[in-house]
Design a binder for this molecule. Structure first.
Ligand code: GLC
Ligand code: CA
Length: 535
């Protein structure tokens, strides 16, 4: 029997949403300091609305020393002056809502900046009231760190504090001390942060690093990673058994969800470990729900050929529990851009796949014009990852370069010196030029998002995989309103695809042959994907 995936879904706004991730520093600068800001985003709402997205997700806007792209926060309820003010934020939110677009914020519960007043107070003395708001431990008898835990950004995850003779734990940079989620007062303070933003009207959150909120209470050593070699970046040479996706962390997420449930229609998405069998836990259980949408980057992490992609879809859809809901992310500020990952020709196929799968989709600003990894010369590197773990290509600057709005050297992003280089070939790789071209990547994104919204079969939750030959991935989507067939050629040669019945082309990745009819067999050109309406 053919497997069919189906999910029970309610009518919540986020179920079929297309969510657009905006990195504030790289979207649009309004005051010439070279850093994107909130008034800049406000000035680009026409672009966001023309995409047809349901919501935007804003990466951190909070006051920050910017040691880790704003993920090192020194005040959870403010706006960094380089991005604007709280009033600018309110204006942006109101303008988005006026256009029917929702806004979700990044919420970073795992750590603060070492400049956060809480940490300054915590490290002041062992007796400090906020001592226990962070994770402190005694040195081993020889003065060494408490155990072998590694920071994701390289080296020991423990930093010695000479003033109080203890180590504090940091899953990321030493300037990002981990908050102690075992402490009830800390938990309540963070709940209050969520309430602060929800009262202002935000529609939900993307929970940063949600699996690492709590570490093993016994501080047991992490074991070596048996699949690691010398090509594995040193921080990945241990398995994070005692430092990631702990049951205690999942319980914290249930607590956060309970906070958002006090407000109507809020979404809790989050960064989670979706590569292992632990992934399903992030949904929680029907009685104790956690994240509505643990982000799934499976499509980007899979070798780009028909068999691997079909297997990745199958594996993921099998993993999502029946009370869960699928979601797919095809890019982000930590990930290689899809146009780089699969090449420009296949990027169109990848995007068609992404937008026709059941569930919620997340995509990253710049991907809609096919931006690739931009070269960043060593003297302009901003991301500490590359500096701390050099030589493995881990730096995330190339996917964080400024958005390109028009064919000018500064791409319409700024009048000043951009914080990261714009990169070469602004040529056609910009919004204005592509908006004029009915066959551009931008045009494809707009058509696909419209199709997702308007085609009843794509709004349903059913997916029936079909058996494709050679380089073809194919599946059927069906609901009471009708059926469509999606056939994608992941290769560079012509392919054909057989199916039962009569069809009509609703969309081709090449944005031609609309309404072409075929019966029983479909010819796919190299690097072409099609969505077919079935009679
Ligand atoms: C998440 C963010 C990443 C950041 C890290 C530490 O993984 O996506 O950009 O470096 O958390 O906050
Ligand atoms: Ca600015």
């Amino acid at each position: 029997m053919t497997p069919t995936y189906d999910f029970d879904g309610g009518l919540e706004w986020w179920r079929h949403a297309a969510i657009y991730q905006v990195l504030p520093s790289s979207f649009q600068d309004s005051n010439g300091d070279g850093i994107g800001d909130l008034p800049g985003i406000l000035s680009r709402l026409d672009h966001i609305a023309a995409l047809g997205v349901t919501a935007i997700w804003l990466s951190p806007i909070y006051p920050s020393p910017m040691r880790d792209g704003g993920y090192d926060i020194s005040d959870f309820i403010g706006v960094d002056p380089s991005f604007g003010t709280l009033q600018d934020f309110d204006r942006l939110l109101a303008a988005l809502h006026a256009r029917g677009i929702k806004l979700i914020l990044d919420f970073v519960p795992n750590h603060s900046s070492d400049r956060h007043p809480w940490f300054i107070e915590s490290r002041a003395s062992r007796g400090s009231q906020k001592r226990d708001w962070y994770v402190w431990a005694d040195p081993r008898p020889d003065g060494a760190p408490p155990n072998n835990w590694l920071s994701r950004f390289g080296g020991s995850a423990w930093e010695f504090d000479a003033g109080t003779h203890q180590y504090y734990y940091h899953a990321f940079l030493k300037e990002q001390p981990d908050l102690n989620w075992r402490n009830p007062a800390l938990r309540e303070a963070m709940a209050e942060v969520l309430r602060f933003w929800m009262r202002r009207g935000v529609d939900g959150f993307r929970v940063d690093a949600s699996g690492v909120l709590i570490e093993d209470a016994l501080l047991r050593d992490d074991p070596p990673n048996p699949t690691a070699s010398e090509r594995t970046p040193p921080p990945e040479r241990q398995k994070r058994v005692f430092t990631d996706s702990r049951p205690e962390a999942i319980a914290c997420l249930a607590g956060l969800r309970a906070v958002t449930e006090d407000f109507p229609d809020r979404l809790l998405a989050g960064e989670a470990d979706t590569t292992t069998d632990r992934a399903a836990r992030f949904y929680g259980t029907p009685d104790r729900p956690c994240l509505q949408l643990p982000l799934n980057f499976g499509l980007l992490d899979t070798p780009w050929n028909a068999r691997s992609v079909a297997a990745a879809m199958d594996q993921y859809l099998n993993m999502v529990p029946s009370h869960g809901w699928p979601c797919w992310a095809l890019g982000g500020h930590d990930k290689i851009r899809v146009a780089e990952r699969v090449g420009s020709a296949q990027a169109r196929v990848a995007v068609m796949l992404h937008m026709t799968l059941p569930g919620t989709v997340f995509f990253y600003a710049g991907d809609e014009i096919g931006m690739h990894q931009m070269p960043v010369p060593p003297e302009r590197i901003r991301d500490p990852f590359e500096k701390l773990v050099p030589g493995y290509g881990l730096g995330r600057d190339p996917e964080r370069t400024p958005m390109r709005w028009c064919p000018e050297p500064k791409a319409g992003f700024t009048t000043g010196e951009p914080w990261l280089p714009i990169g070469p070939e602004v040529g056609a790789l910009n919004v204005a030029t592509q908006a004029e071209d009915p066959r551009s990547m931008l045009a494809l994104y707009r058509h696909l998002i419209a199709l997702r919204r308007e085609q009843p079969a794509l709004r349903g939750a059913r997916l029936e995989p079909l058996r494709g030959e050679d380089e073809v991935v194919a599946f059927r989507r069906e609901s009471e309103g009708g059926a469509v067939l999606v056939a994608l050629n992941l290769g560079g040669s012509r392919q054909s695809f057989a199916f039962a019945g009569e069809s009509r082309v609703l969309l081709s990745t090449r944005l031609d042959r609309v309404d072409e009819r075929s019966s029983g067999r479909m010819e796919l050109r190299p690097d072409e994907g099609v969505v077919l309406g079935l009679d």
